[in-house]
Write a protein that binds this ligand. Structure first.
Ligand code: DNO
Length: 393
């Protein structure tokens, strides 16, 4: 498998030179300056591709080519936006970038309540606290009927939290859930003059009446339109699972488990319709067993995100070491390597540590933590390759 790294473009303080030095082979990036829904022009793609190549690396994967919200909730403008998406696929294909990671999560991408949870060893990790998440939903977002989504015990804890939570903590929760986690990916709520909660409510409102079936229908409409172009230009579309893999804020999520993935692969039967196997996102759901999913969908895994999580008894989850947790990364590598040694993989989210602690990195994407994880993943790959090579002797 090809070792890739998520790089945030020419302004990323982690330079391509640093990445070459630590053994990265391919780059995962996007045209971050182009708003969702707009066309990625051939010239802009080539410009970035040449820049990456002149630094001795390849642009292997696009993550993400964002699917506009209007396509997800099925607005009347969706046909035009889908046309734009098709042109972007064509331009990427012509430029030789053949793997596109995208997601179909309505309104909000990944959800965490704490981006700097201190661990005993002095490093920091990402964390999802069920009660703080529920507090945001019931007390900050004030979503109609939100309380119905939680158990009476959870609601009781939410009310307890309300008595003690400080204004700073509330601000930080808002910033974490809907600003910092989202903006570096899609720049959804990036205008500092707006009230982020109001903006987020407006996006959620667009999904009134969109249940799981309707969202699936809209995804099928999208895929049936774009996959033929992907086929024509030899581009593989790899849907990223929901993070976390369950409904949030009353919004449906449709890429959360085995049945969902199978359903999507059946929406369009094509060698170009596939999956980003994100062991981190999927492992945050009790219902998912990563080696089983890898085995079942191996022919459609076009890209792997390697990280792991641990689910706690109270429903919280935390990012685990890449060597442990529910992600079962070594077993997943074993399955993927047995099948095909050429797909790209990247380590996902690393701990915040060492010299990075006071630097401004995108949450989850600091340097040393990911470098450590990459070393661990390389070790696992070496073990697996050794096993496979010995078997063939
Ligand atoms: C978070 C990421 C996701 C992912 C997108 C792909 O760290 O894994 O935001 O990039 O969902 O479309």
């Amino acid at each position: 498998m090809e070792k890739t790294w998520r790089w945030f473009g020419k302004n990323d303080t982690i330079t391509l030179d640093m990445l070459r030095q630590i053994g990265v082979e391919g780059i995962v990036t996007a045209l971050y300056e182009v708003p969702p829904g707009e066309i990625w022009t051939y010239d802009t793609i080539i410009d970035l591709k040449n820049h990456i190549e002149s630094n001795g690396l390849n642009w292997t994967v696009v993550e993400s080519l964002p699917v506009a919200e209007e396509i997800k909730y099925g607005d009347i403008t969706r046909d035009q936006l889908i046309e734009n998406y098709k042109i972007s696929i064509e331009n990427l294909g012509k430029a030789g970038i053949k793997t596109i990671c995208y997601n179909f999560m309505p309104a909000i991408d990944w959800v965490r309540t704490d981006l700097e949870r201190k661990l005993q060893d002095g490093t920091y990790t990402l964390y999802f606290d069920k009660i703080r998440y529920a507090y945001f939903d019931c007390f900050i977002l004030n979503r109609d009927g939100a309380e119905k989504d939680y158990t009476p015990e959870e609601i009781e804890k939410v009310y307890q939290l309300d008595k003690v939570i400080s204004c700073d903590e509330v601000d930080s929760l808002i910033d974490t859930i809907i600003v910092r986690t989202q903006n570096f990916i899609h720049r959804k709520i990036s205008d500092p003059n707006t009230n982020p909660v109001e903006e987020f409510r407006k996006i959620i409102d667009k999904y009134k009446g969109i249940d799981k079936n309707k969202l699936r229908h809209n995804m099928s409409y999208f895929l049936n339109n774009v996959i033929p172009i992907a086929e024509k230009y030899g581009v593989k579309l790899a849907v990223h699972p929901d993070d976390p893999p369950f409904p949030v804020f009353g919004l449906p999520r449709i890429v959360s488990n085995e049945e969902d993935i199978e359903f999507i692969l059946n929406m369009v039967d094509s060698k170009n319709n596939g999956l980003t196997l994100c062991t981190g996102s999927l492992s945050a759901g009790e219902h998912n067993n990563l080696p089983d999913l890898a085995r079942k969908f191996v022919n459609h895994v076009f890209f792997a995100h390697l990280r792991s999580t641990e689910i706690l008894p109270n429903g919280d989850f935390v990012e685990a070491s890449h060597l442990g947790g529910r992600g079962k990364i070594i077993e997943v590598i074993r399955i993927l390597e047995k099948h095909d040694r050429s797909i790209p993989l990247r380590v996902d989210h690393g701990k915040l540590m060492l010299d990075d602690i006071n630097k401004k990195h995108n949450p989850g994407y600091s340097f040393y933590g990911r470098m450590l994880a990459l070393g661990q993943v390389e070790g696992m790959m070496a073990v697996v390759r050794n096993e496979l090579d010995n078997k063939t002797i």
